[in-house]
Design a binder for this molecule. Structure first.
Ligand code: FPP
Length: 231
């Protein structure tokens, strides 16, 4: 079985999972965090090199402030509690998103985790927090323009070089839980040629077997990157 180098996951359905059980939405996010930990472990066991998790989008600020604070609290909890696990499994924390728009204490937790794990050579977990694909492209173009005022023809390579993590290969596979067939502003640039896999299961119900099924399905896909298959 060919294991994708980079998998991105849109962890959707926490709210519906909770509501279907008569629980409040935040309970769904709490279960969603437990699932994220399970899937990080499973992905590392499968030998995935990069795993990008869409934890909070630039659009998620529109939610009720209680829910937003609760998710931010979970992010903090994840970053702290996972340090021991990261050490044991040599997992490196990375970040993508608009850092400036995050609360100061979350910024600090993220930076501390990145610093503490920077020399680990196992899987890299990219946390997409306050992330939007359009926002990432706009930030890239603005950074480029500020530093290269004389250049008027921006190339693909220029935009790529100023994205959040130019060293990380584009995702081979993007997984979305909870049945919606859209990418919701996730890895717009990087995901141009990613295979998409939609699972009907809500994120809190996801397990190692679901990740395995997604990887098996990926193995059946034929990736042509806009070309044609050789005869
Ligand atoms: C989508 O479900 C989920 C989110 C917006 C939050 C995801 C956050 C976590 C799982 C916790 C933080 C994780 C890490 C790895 C730090 P939804 O609320 O949109 O579900 P719904 O569509 O059913 O309402």
């Amino acid at each position: 079985m060919v294991v994708p180098v980079h998998i991105g996951i849109i962890m959707d359905g926490n709210g519906r999972w909770a509501e279907s059980r008569g629980l409040i939405r935040t309970q769904g996010h709490l279960e969603g965090l437990k699932t994220a930990k399970r899937i990080v472990k499973a992905a590392s066991d499968f030998g995935i090199k990069y795993l990008t998790l869409y934890a909070f989008s630039t659009e998620n600020w529109k939610r009720a402030s209680d829910e937003v604070s609760y998710i931010m609290g979970l992010v903090k909890q994840y970053l702290r509690a996972e340090l021991e696990f990261s050490r044991k499994n040599h997992i490196r924390t990375r970040f993508t998103g608009d850092m400036e728009g995050l609360p100061k204490e979350i910024r600090k937790e993220i930076k501390d985790s990145i610093e503490a794990t920077k020399d680990f050579n196992g899987m890299q977990v990219v946390l997409a927090i306050n992330y939007g694909g359009r926002n990432e492209i706009i930030r890239s173009v603005n950074k480029f323009a500020r530093e290269n005022q004389q250049i008027i023809n921006i190339t693909e390579d220029d935009i790529k070089a100023y994205l959040d993590n130019p060293d990380i290969p584009d995702p081979d596979l993007i997984i979305r839980s909870a049945g919606e067939y859209r990418t919701s502003n996730f890895l717009l640039w990087e995901g141009a040629y990613s295979e998409l896999y939609v699972s009907q299961k809500y994120w809190p119900d996801w397990d190692k077997e679901d990740l395995q099924a997604a990887i098996e399905e990926y193995n059946k896909r034929e990736r042509r990157f806009g070309g044609i298959t050789a005869a």
